[in-house]
Write a protein that binds this ligand. Structure first.
Ligand SMILES: [Fe+2]
Length: 245
């Protein structure tokens, strides 16, 4: 729906930049930080409207990755927000001081889940490639759809090879079925808030959604923890070729 946001309207409200030190500390100590009421109601409406437009209700999941300003005014407003870039950089460098200072790419994804998986699968636990992950809940079912995480379960690896091998093992369905390492933290998501954690360090997944429910989240992934490694790019393409086979 056009016209929800005006040119001067920002996605974020309040001084989110000033919360960066506290946010990074919470991520280190508790595993995640909840930032209450940081997005405006109009931005939320705009993001929900975009999700409704691109959704395919017959598909269990719709995932749009690496979105740009041209993908809709909600994405444009978020990427153009003067607070966001500084906040992400400040949190990322506090969490991982060795990370690449030149990597400022803000990767925005929109994920829509329409009800439960048709086939019962183990929870899709995984690690992200990036230092910081921010989840903006747009629409969340009354029950289900929580973010679950084994927070800060691994350090930032110095060697990219360790990261590749670890991800290949831990992101296999066989490992996910056998994995028991205590109760993960379940985070109930509330639209209007933002949730920050280290996707690289935290083994995380989403709890299933009930029949007929819709879950919409917008995710920001920031700063590749192994900035620009050729070996990692090669491993990713191999992994995808194997996964697609
Ligand atoms: Fe993730």
């Amino acid at each position: 729906m056009a016209g929800l946001l005006t040119a001067e309207h920002t996605a974020l409200q309040g001084d989110i930049g000033a919360t960066a030190p506290h946010t990074a500390r919470r991520v280190e100590e508790v595993g995640y930080a909840a930032l209450p009421g940081v997005v405006s109601a109009r931005w939320l409406d705009s993001a929900r409207s975009l999700a409704t437009t691109v959704n395919r209700p017959d598909a269990q999941e719709v995932l749009l990755e690496d979105m740009t300003a041209g993908d809709g005014e909600a994405i444009d407003a978020l990427l153009a927000d003067p607070e966001l870039a500084g906040f992400l950089e400040s949190v990322a460098t506090r969490l991982h001081p060795r990370s690449d200072p030149d990597d400022r790419h803000v990767d925005v994804s929109l994920r829509i889940i329409n009800g439960p998986d048709e086939v019962e699968q183990p929870l899709w636990f995984h690690y992200d490639a990036t230092v910081v992950t921010v989840v903006f809940p747009i629409e969340i079912p009354a029950t289900g759809g929580e973010l679950v995480l084994h927070a800060n379960r691994r350090p930032f690896r110095r060697l990219v090879l360790s990261n590749i091998v670890e991800k290949m093992v831990m992101q296999s369905n066989a490992y996910r079925r056998r994995f028991h390492a205590g109760e993960p933290t379940a985070v109930s998501l509330v639209p209007g808030n933002a949730y920050v954690f280290s996707g690289y360090r935290s083994y995380h997944a989403t709890l299933p959604c009930p029949v007929g429910a819709r879950r919409i989240t917008l995710m920001v992934h920031y700063k590749d923890a192994h900035g620009g490694s050729k070996m990692l790019r090669g491993a990713k393409s191999l992994y995808h070729r194997v996964a697609d086979a």
